[in-house]
Design a protein around this ligand. Structure first.
Ligand code: CU
Length: 124
């Protein structure tokens, strides 16, 4: 089963319409896995985005499905692939924890608790 490592959500001012979430998804399985979607009890509209630079301007785009080969990792990190956690359903301040799970294309879910932090945790 794939595992989520170093999950975190970047702290935002109270009332923010969305928060950004980051993680490393490790696939120790013999088969590739595909990340199809994200779910959360704590957000009304969680999405997977990718930040791209177009004509020198940074923009966010839907990331679609992501494949992780056996033994590989998929990094969700600032400036690239990220969880766009829109419409928080409760206040989430630094020190709180958001519940998020990734939906794999085969229907399995990978859950993690994402601590809300100001800074990225040390890389694994
Ligand atoms: Cu985004």
């Amino acid at each position: 089963m794939p595992v989520i490592e170093t999950p975190w959500v970047r702290a935002a001012p109270p009332g923010a319409a969305s928060l950004a979430g980051y993680l490393v998804l490790r696939n120790p399985c013999a088969a590739a896995v595909e990340v199809a979607d994200v779910e959360s009890k704590d957000f009304g509209m969680p999405m997977i985005h990718r930040t791209v630079v177009e004509d020198g301007v940074s923009r966010m785009r839907p990331a679609g499905k992501r494949v992780v080969a056996p033994g590989e990792t998929l990094r969700f990190e600032p400036g690239g692939l990220h969880l766009m956690l829109m419409r928080p359903l409760r206040p989430l301040a630094e020190g709180d924890t958001a519940r998020v799970r990734l939906v794999l294309a085969d229907g399995r879910r990978v859950f993690a608790e994402f601590p809300v932090r100001r800074e990225a945790p040390a890389a694994p």
